[in-house]
Write a protein that binds this ligand. Sequence first.
Ligand code: PEP
Ligand code: MN
Length: 353
Amino acid sequence: MKPTATKKDVQQVIRLIKAAGLRADVSSGRFQTVIGIVGDEKKINFDQIKSLTGVYDVNRIQVPYRLMSRSYISHDIVVKVGDVSIGGNEEPVIIAGPCSIESYEQMFRIAKKVKEAGCHILRGGAYKPRTSVHSFQGLGLDGLKHLHNVGKDLGIPTVSEVRSEFDVEMVAKYCDMLQIGARNMYNQDLIEAAAKQGKPILFKRGFSAQIDEYLSFAERIVANGNKKLVLCERGIMPLGGSFKSQTRFTLDLNAIPVLRKETPFPVIVDPSHGTGRKDLIIPMSRSSIAAGAHGLMIEVHDRPQEALSDANQALAPEDLTKIIMISKLIHQTIAQSEVPFSGDISNGASHDH
Ligand code: PEP
Ligand code: MN
């Protein structure tokens, strides 16, 4: 819309979009309102919209993730979880905690240590996605309550995975942020149910998903009216895992600047699952922040020998302190330099060899 467009002008455009059976996503900036069309835009007459008063221009965004593209929202989005801000030029946000919630005592012990280390958001899985039916499946609702109580007792916001659309209400009731895991990146019903409850969402990339595909599914969160979205690179592997690697997954560092360039939403990295090895978590954390990640999610356990899941990748709380310190330094150095993180880098990529 033109900067001079009135509310009535905006309403008229929305009416036309709705009359075509589509939905309108209204983004009101300080100087200008942009209206996004949600649905099949072939049903709409672009010339007719363009002729309405107050309309500045009508554009077709080529990428499938239109509401998330930089051409729709150019400024970086900052997502708030409790009083923690993720994204933009904010300092790196650290999410840490055990892979699984095992008891109130275990959660409290670890939470106290990660908080002292400087962690901002507490993680812990209650509904665990597990390959084997014989492994620990998580404490479910009891686990959520432990996480909630520990978060409240220590004054730290919490995040936990929601594995099915039937658990959305419970996880939203007890946590400040909902995590959708790599295995559920394609789960449309879960994504939509999670988006609609309105709390921030940590949306992990599927391990065999192309970035376009990943963003197309993330678009469903935004299209359902939830812009409190944080993206997460957590390592990839070829479909079927057909080559032998020394690491559990391959952390795709390329994805960080690509995602930052394509979308204004915050991007964090999970080097714990991305490597599966505790000895690689410090170097990959450093690299992720240097590549422009807005934060990290790290699995921490103070007694890995007792951990009920992912013991091999559980970092000691002392190492988390080191990661937080170095992350701040790297972030400050880059922020003070003339070299931008992303976004405004011209698209000069060449594929010549
Ligand atoms: C997790 O963070 O607990 C987890 C299971 O991660 P992912 O979905 O990336 O495997
Ligand atoms: Mn884990």
